[in-house]
Every structure is written in structure tokens, then in C-alpha cells.
Design a protein around this ligand. Structure first.
Ligand code: GDP
Ligand code: ZN
Length: 317
């Protein structure tokens, strides 16, 4: 039986088969030898051990389209990062860190700002300008007033999207709209195990029924991960990922940080010094562009904060 891993807790994997039944599975010993650990989002083959108790074994992991390290999930198409425009105000620092992490993993990001209903037009404009200029899709929504949700759904359709955001921004409210049957998908089994482990949070994959054409979920997946039959690509999933616990920036240095600020590139040729860090050097094209309002000040201010942070972490600089 083929299925997809919805979540993994303490060595148990919850696999939803294409018949929409969830089995509590263990990974058989074979994976320990190959060092291949099942991930949320994996397409797998399972052997059913007990149909009544819904128990099974994962016997095979199908080839992954991709694999993220943070969050550790497989077969993801894009990320949605959710912030509120106000209450709470967005942390540019967290947002930029997240964008850097995703860019390192080559994952497209949609930046989504919630609580449009209580924000002013100028608050919205500032965010829009700062982030659309650097090439991101920026969406404004109000989950409470159900504004912008259709546009968001359109972007989610047929894809697997990781959804992340700090607490208080409306992530649970949004998930409730997208996956009204979340409790049912999770199943009783997993809640039994999760009890008493409330401090640990896990990534969890949800099937978005409303945005899926699940007529044809029962198709064969080929060895290369592709699927036969029409309709298979119409399945939509969101992965609820835990809040930002560690957004430490690996492989980012003071010297390469500017790569993650693509909107600087256009002005770099105007810097007097080659290799200008755009911090303290005189006659800097990037700083000039900021003074002229061509680059968003919030982005540059945050660049400076991260630059100092990275420099302090590395005494060799
Ligand atoms: P989470 O911590 O990100 O999961 O956020 P919740 O979904 O629990 O929402 C946090 C608070 O924001 C709650 O009081 C929600 O009612 C509120 N909230 C969520 N969406 C909106 C929205 O679109 N507009 C406003 N004004 N408040 C919202
Ligand atoms: Zn410069």
C-alpha cells in the first residue's frame, strides 16, 4: 500500500494511504542500515500488519523530489512565511533569517502578512515595497475577514507548502480555514502518543481537501518519484511547521550575507571600493540607493544587524 507520511513522533510514523486511512507505522530495520530516516512528506510503501488497529511497517521510501534540513521535511514545493502586519509587528530579523534559510535550500517563498483588517494602508505599503522589491511574492490577508484567502489558495493549489510563522500571527486560524478536518486527519492514535509531550512540537502534513482533486489519488508512483495518471498533481498539502526555535544561519558569513539581499546587486557597481560591505565604506552605491529610497531601509537596517551579529560570531573577521 502506498501512502505519505503525515507526521513522525518518537519513532512512529503516521502514514496516510491514498485510500485516506491513517496507519501508525514503524520503519523497518532496513532503514537503520542505510541511514535513511523517513521524513514528513515522504511517499512510502507500507505493509499493513493490523488493519483493525491500523498498524503497519514502512518498507520503502520512494525517491525524494527534495529534502529540507530545516524544517526536516521531504517533497516540498514552496514555503509560506506568515507574519502579522501588526499585533504583533513583524520581526524583520526573523523574516530575513527565514528568507536566507529558504534561499539556501532553493525553496521559493511566499511572504504572507495577516491581520490586514487592523492595519493601515501605509503599514501595508511599507512591507509590500520592502519585500516585493527583492523578488518575493507578498500577500496581504485577513483570516478573520477571509480576505485574500482565495489568492493564497490559488498559490497553494496542487503543491506541498510548508507553513511557518512566529506565534500570535494567526497560523492556527489560517490552518483551521484550510484544513477544517485536521483533527480527523491526525487520528486518535497519534493524540494518544502525543499526550504528555506537549513541549515538543513536530512538523505535520495536512491534506487540503478543498484544493485537491482527489479522484485519482490511487495511482502508481514511479521509481523516479513521478506519478502515472491524471489528477495526481492536483493534490494539495500544507505542512504546519513548529515556530522558529533555531533560525541560526549556517554557511552565512559577513562577506556573503549580501547575496541574500538581491536588491543590493543593482547598486553595487556604484560603490567606490570593490568588495564593499556597504557598512562603513565611503562612497557606497547601496547606501546611496537607500538614501534615495530605492532600497527599503528596513531591509538595510536588518542587513547591518545581521552583519554585526555574524561578525561577532566569527572573531576571524
Ligand atoms: P498563532 O499563534 O499564529 O497560531 O495564532 P492564532 O491563530 O492563535 O491567532 C492569534 C490571535 O490573532 C487570535 O486572537 C486570533 O483571533 C487573532 N487573529 C487571527 N487572524 C486574525 C486576523 O485576520 N485579524 C485579526 N485582527 N486578528 C486575527
Ligand atoms: Zn557599498
Amino acid at each position: 500500500m502506498k501512502g505519505r507520511i503525515l507526521k513522525g513522533i518518537a519513532g512512529f510514523y503516521y502514514v496516510e494511504t491514498y485510500e485516506e486511512k491513517v496507519y501508525e507505522c514503524k520503519a523497518k530495520g532496513i532503514f537503520r542500515k542505510t541511514n535513511l530516516k523517513p521524513l514528513v512528506g515522504d511517499d512510502v510503501e507500507i505493509d499493513i500488519i493490523d488493519e483493525e488497529k491500523k498498524l503497519g511497517n514502512i518498507t520503502e521510501i520512494f525517491p525524494r523530489k527534495n529534502q529540507l534540513l530545516r524544517p526536516p521535511v521531504a517533497n516540498v514545493d514552496q514555503a509560506v512565511i506568515l507574519f502579522a502586519i501588526v499585533k504583533p509587528n513583524p520581526s524583520y530579523n526573523l523574516l530575513d533569517r527565514f528568507l536566507i534559510m529558504m534561499r539556501q535550500q532553493n525553496l521559493p517563498v511566499i511572504i504572507c502578512f495577516n491581520k490586514q483588517d487592523i492595519a493601515t494602508a501605509s503599514e501595508q505599503q511599507e512591507l509590500h515595497d520592502a519585500y516585493e522589491k527583492c523578488g518575493y511574492k507578498v500577500l496581504f490577508i485577513s483570516v478573520i475577514e477571509e480576505k485574500g484567502l482565495d489568492e493564497l489558495k490559488e498559490l497553494l493549489k496542487g503543491k506541498t507548502t510548508t507553513l511557518a510563522g512566529p506565534s500570535g500571527v494567526g497560523k492556527s486560524s489560517l490552518l483551521n480555514k484550510l484544513v477544517p478536518n485536521a483533527q480527523m486527519q491526525t487520528g486518535d492514535l497519534s493524540r494518544k502518543i502525543e499526550r504528555g509531550k506537549n513541549t515538543t512540537r513536530h512538523s505535520e502534513l495536512f491534506f487540503v481537501e478543498e484544493l485537491s482533486d482527489n479522484v485519482d489519488r490511487n495511482v502508481d508512483i514511479n521509481v523516479d518519484g513521478s506519478a502515472d495518471g491524471e489528477g495526481t498533481t492536483c493534490d494539495t498539502y500544507v505542512i504546519d511547521t513548529p515556530g522558529f526555535t533555531s533560525l541560526e544561519m549556517r554557511d552565512v558569513t559577513p562577506d556573503n550575507l549580501m547575496q541574500f539581499y538581491p536588491e543590493f546587486a543593482e547598486y553595487e557597481p556604484e560603490c567606490r571600493f570593490g568588495g564593499c560591505s556597504h557598512i562603513a565604506e565611503p562612497d557606497c552605491g547601496v547606501k546611496r540607493a537607500i538614501a534615495e529610497g530605492k532600497i527599503a531601509k528596513v531591509r538595510y537596517d536588518n542587513y547591518k544587524v545581521l552583519y554585526e551579529e555574524l561578525k561577532n560570531m566569527r572573531p576571524d573577521y
